[in-house]
Design a protein around this ligand. Structure first.
Ligand code: CU
Ligand code: CU
Length: 324
């Protein structure tokens, strides 16, 4: 806890300090500034962590809707609206986001393979947008050619396939701006044969360029820097933890997930039974996968990007594994 005052200085300094701290976060990365050395991430835990919001704020983004049994032709309906919103991404740091339904990332969409996914999209924002889903679908449902102007609406309707961890994002031009501003989210398609029981969570990795220089100044999972350091995710040792992980970071080529003290199965895209057994995965922009952790030990275990500068700029958290 001795380093807390130094840590707290980042968000309080806000926009002014962020560029200096983010010098190493771009594709032409050098080493980080001195501030990185002072911010040992092991010291970032509990109430001293300068993350915005309260303990249950991100529950809807963390916990996906439940999986439903295979029932071909069933309609799964979602309503998404594009909204311009100022959101707090780190303590005292506001980002002028473009959102689906007011949050970054947008809501978790879930369907079972062979469901008919129906997404009613209304553009209540200030710019033209779309929703582009990953997966297999007709070209006129792809969210590329049918641009939805402000005040207009469009309904996407197609069979959900293939099963796996998919994602969605706006595909209006300029693409990197529309994605970076916050128009993206997780899209889970469950297999016809249900996955085995597990505690399930969603982690969407992202970044924020708060000064418009094309490099990220903050990183997070589920939208808020340091959030799961302030509010560790509680799990049970006896229960498999299944993480639906996606990378929607712009500007940086790759992001990563590293877990301390444990190994896990990693199903790349989650559309086959093949997995790696590892403790670190990297994902390019738009890449995603499914992690399954069977805990050997109870205790507090850190997870974070293995790019240390991302860690120091917000992409870190903890699992509190209860012994039961
Ligand atoms: Cu857009
Ligand atoms: Cu994409």
């Amino acid at each position: 806890m001795g380093a807390a005052p130094v840590i707290a200085a980042i968000p309080m300094a806000g926009l002014a300090a962020a560029p200096a701290l983010s010098g190493g976060s771009g594709p032409s990365a050098g080493t980080g500034g001195d501030a990185h050395v002072a911010m040992g991430h092991a010291s970032m835990v509990g109430d001293a962590v300068p993350a915005p919001g309260g303990p249950g704020d991100l529950d809807d983004l963390l916990t996906p809707p439940p999986a439903l049994p295979h029932q071909p032709g069933r309609v799964r309906r979602y309503t998404l609206a594009a909204l311009d919103r100022d959101i707090e991404i780190a303590s005292g740091v506001t980002f002028p986001a473009w959102t689906y339904n007011g949050t970054v990332p947008g809501p978790v969409i879930r369907a079972t393979e062979d469901d008919i996914l129906e997404v009613e999209f209304t553009n209540a924002g200030s710019h033209p947008h779309t929703i582009h889903f990953h997966g297999i679908h007709p070209s006129n449902m792809d969210g590329v050619f049918e641009i939805v102007e402000p005040g207009e609406a469009f309904t996407y309707r197609f069979p959900a396939r293939p099963y796996g961890m998919q994602l969605y994002h706006c595909h209006a031009a300029p693409l990197k701006k529309h994605i970076h501003k916050g128009l993206y989210g997780a899209f889970i398609i469950d297999p016809p044969m249900p996955r085995r029981p597990a505690r399930e969570i969603v982690l969407v990795m992202n970044g924020y360029d708060t000064d418009g220089d094309g490099e990220n100044n903050f990183y997070s999972v589920n939208g808020r820097a340091f959030y799961y350091a302030k509010y560790p995710i509680r799990v049970r040792r006896s229960e498999t933890l299944r993480i639906y992980l996606a990378n929607l970071t712009e500007f940086d080529l790759i992001n990563s997930f590293h877990l301390h003290g444990e190994f896990f199965r990693y199903y790349r895209t989650g559309s086959t039974d093949q997995f790696d057994y590892t403790d670190t995965v990297m994902q390019c922009q738009g890449e995603r996968g499914i992690i399954e952790i069977d805990w050997h030990n109870a205790g507090r275990f850190m997870f974070h990007a293995h790019q240390s500068e991302f860690t120091d700029l917000g992409w870190m958290g903890f699992f509190d594994v209860a012994d039961d």
